[in-house]
Write a protein that binds this ligand. Sequence first.
Ligand SMILES: *[C@@H]1O[C@H](CO)[C@@H](O)[C@H](O)[C@H]1NC(C)=O
Length: 330
Amino acid sequence: MFVATSLVLPGQIVVLVLCCLPGLGRAAREAHGGLSSGLGSRVLWAVNAGGGVHVGAHGIRYRADPLNGKIGVASDYGTRLPIMRAWPLDQLLYQTERWSDHSFGYSASLPGEGAYTLVLKFAEVYFLHSQAKVFDIRLNGMDAISNLDIFSRAGPSTAHDELLPFSVSGGRLFLGDREGDVPDGPSAAFNGKLHIEFVKGEYDNPKICAMYIIRGLPQDVPPLPPLPSTNESPQSRDGDKRIADDDEDEGEDEEEVEDEEVVEEEGNKKESTRQIAAPRLKRVTETTRRGVESGPRVPDPYASDNGSLTFPVLVAFGVFIPTLFCLCRL
Ligand SMILES: *[C@@H]1O[C@H](CO)[C@@H](O)[C@H](O)[C@H]1NC(C)=O
């Protein structure tokens, strides 16, 4: 797939340059933001949780978080770290987030019947181990993802997108499977809105970095850039540079990715569905791992307090007082 992308991309640029010479700036922008897909116009709703208005990769325009000042905490803790596996324009999306020590959620109006895909963007920027932040996600009251553990899915500070296909028909909202098919999956009454709920469990708080809804299937959602260790694509060179130093820590993640690919081959699934297939597999492996553990862990989310202000305040004083001292002596 990566080979294919690198062949296709120059072609796209050539076509763009030939077709719209006056729009050269646009072509250049799109090439820089990743793949040009005209996706921006098909996005019905997009939110930069815990942050402000932001235009990300593929021209998607995220609105400011409507929950600002209402529930939970808007955190930019992640801005101190680069996010692996995210397009440059999407870095900020993954670096800001909303978390809350109670369940919280968003509602989006949908234009009516049809197939949709919800894209949920996550990156673990705080915890350095799995089984720290674990939570569920519900759509209109139905379990869509159970026990999401972002760290165990993607590792630290790495983009992880969950794709949730669903469709609206005959006054009901149906959860889709990974192809977006909705044969007789779970359904709930539909009142014109999609309700996305991040459910607090016994582990650390639920959170969300950014999300959007498109009209279409998961195949229509552009994939994340390839993992640095497996990439041959010119688009991921930035990513290479950024995390070159962390490469040694990546052993576990690589293993997990290989697992995912094996399953993909077995199921004869297309590469483009890999992100959707992964969560299911992961949940299976998580369960297995938990089963092997000797006893239940006692989760104590408050053991690691969020004293993130202490350090900046100390630094500020450390700079301020000597400066004042020098100024007074002049
Ligand atoms: C601490 O902050 C992180 C990063 O914003 C957040 O994910 C986590 O839920 C917070 N935990 C607690 C216990 O406050």
